[in-house]
Design a protein around this ligand. Structure first.
Ligand code: ADP
Ligand code: MG
Length: 417
């Protein structure tokens, strides 16, 4: 059974943080997550990730570091930088946000004149790190070359913390000093608060469309939480497991056995929906009808939780001490099937519980219903957030812990820069 407790407690103690490192006069390499969505013309459509990355950059610059920042963008082919892959639009946006010009460096792995002249207070952006051959394979050789560029390696990219790549993992091993940036640290703190030291009752909501990938999360969370709410395609699989009918609804019947095992192992912990909003087709204009689960016919498609299920969910949310939420409980993109998710979002916002939400569509739903500011913590890392919930160790975090333990074990020396 995955265990959240010991790794988190240990992590909090051993991981070095950027704020604790004396960076004055040092070359600091920040692996950020600047992987923003762009339109066909390359224009940035949402700069949240760039703004979230400013804290680390500003802090290092303010304390007199020479700062290099890199990120991946999209899924480029290694060894080939195309117009679609360039960080140029990000350099421009970063420059606007910081009020200074941000130079973009190509072919940076082995340094060069740009590196030799890097001075305290300078900032450069290093081109898309996923273009470098060996990045995705976590190449030790590439990592060593990159590590030569810096005195301090700082990982602030929670969104890619679940991937062992050269800039997220191996580089942390070879850099003279490796630490976590403020964004990465904040994510881990918030997740720790929710899952390691939760105020009870601890409630998890797992919904959305990706049934098979989320069943592992359910198994891990079921052991941990006081109440596990299922919605979306996952709820449909649980309805099947409980002997109900779901018509043409999205579900994974193969996983009903797995769902049944969870229901049997934790009686009363996983309430199965009692009603649903159904339609005959998956369309925005399909007529919607609320039905008790027992009345669902062979042509029905469950597209939202029903009013009775929603009311029960609201009551649970109001009483919760901690809420972890991933996945919209209905097809919130269609107004006729958005009510369950909307009421859930408002209930979470109004609840005195500490709440944490993550997942691309979950955050879109929360934003759509205007409650982003009233959620305790919004996790920016889609895949990493989900893997954390699964109880998996994040490789990028693990290596920082290792380095932190090594640093703590070394006797203090009269270190000179
Ligand atoms: P996240 O990105 O937050 O992890 P997912 O990608 O797993 O969430 O799921 C989000 C999608 O699930 C939404 O686009 C929503 O329309 C869909 N969804 C929710 N409930 C249902 C349902 N009952 N049937 C089909 N799709 C659903
Ligand atoms: Mg999604």
């Amino acid at each position: 059974m995955p265990d959240f407790e010991s790794p988190l407690r240990e992590m909090a103690m051993t991981m070095l943080r950027l704020c604790d490192v004396d960076v004055h006069g040092k070359r600091v390499f920040i692996r950020a997550d600047l992987n923003v969505p762009q339109d066909d013309a390359g224009r940035i459509t949402d700069d949240t990730r760039i703004r979230a990355s400013l804290a680390a950059i500003r802090d290092a610059l303010a304390r007199g570091a020479a700062v290099m920042v890199t990120s991946h963008l999209g899924r480029p082919v290694e060894g080939k930088l195309t117009d679609a892959d360039t960080l140029a639009p990000i350099a421009t946006r970063l420059g606007e946000l910081l009020g200074r010009e941000v130079r973009l460096i190509r072919d940076w792995v082995d340094g060069g004149p740009w590196h030799a002249s890097l001075a305290s207070g300078d900032l450069v952006l290093l081109e898309n790190c996923r273009v470098n051959p060996g990045e995705k394979k976590d190449s030790a050789e590439l990592a060593q070359r990159m590590a030569h560029l810096c005195d301090v390696y700082c990982n602030d990219a929670f969104g890619t913390a679940h991937r062992a790549e050269a800039t997220t993992h191996a580089m942390a091993r070879y850099a003279p000093l490796a630490c976590a940036g403020p964004l990465l640290a904040a994510e881990l703190d918030a997740l720790g608060k929710a899952l390691d030291r939760p105020r009870r009752p601890l409630m998890a909501i797992v919904a959305g469309a990706k049934v098979s990938t989320k069943i592992t999360i359910l198994r891990a969370l079921a052991a941990k939480v006081d109440t596990l709410i299922v919605g979306g395609g996952i709820a449909n699989t649980f309805i099947l497991a409980a002997g109900g009918r779901i018509g043409k609804s999205l579900a994974e019947p193969d996983l009903a056995g797995e769902a049944k095992a969870i229901l049997d192992m934790y009686p009363g912990k996983v309430p199965v929906p009692v009603d649903a909003v159904c339609a005959q087709r998956f369309a925005a204009d399909a007529p919607a009808e609320a039905k008790a689960i027992g009345d669902i016919g062979p042509d029905d498609m469950i597209l939202d939780i029903g009013p009775r299920t929603t009311a029960a969910l609201e009551a649970l949310v109001a009483r919760a001490g901690t809420i972890v939420w991933n996945g919209p409980v209905g097809v919130f993109e269609f107004d006729a099937f958005a009510e369950g998710t909307k009421r859930l979002a408002l209930a979470v916002a109004a609840s005195p519980a500490f709440s944490i939400a993550g997942g691309g569509d979950t955050l879109a739903a929360i934003a759509k219903f205007g409650v982003t500011e009233r959620i305790g913590y919004i996790s920016t890392g889609g895949g990493a957030f989900l893997e954390f919930l699964e109880g998996r160790k994040l490789p990028a975090v693990e290596v920082l812990e290792e380095r932190g333990r090594e640093a703590a074990a070394r006797p203090p020396t009269g270190e000179s820069p």
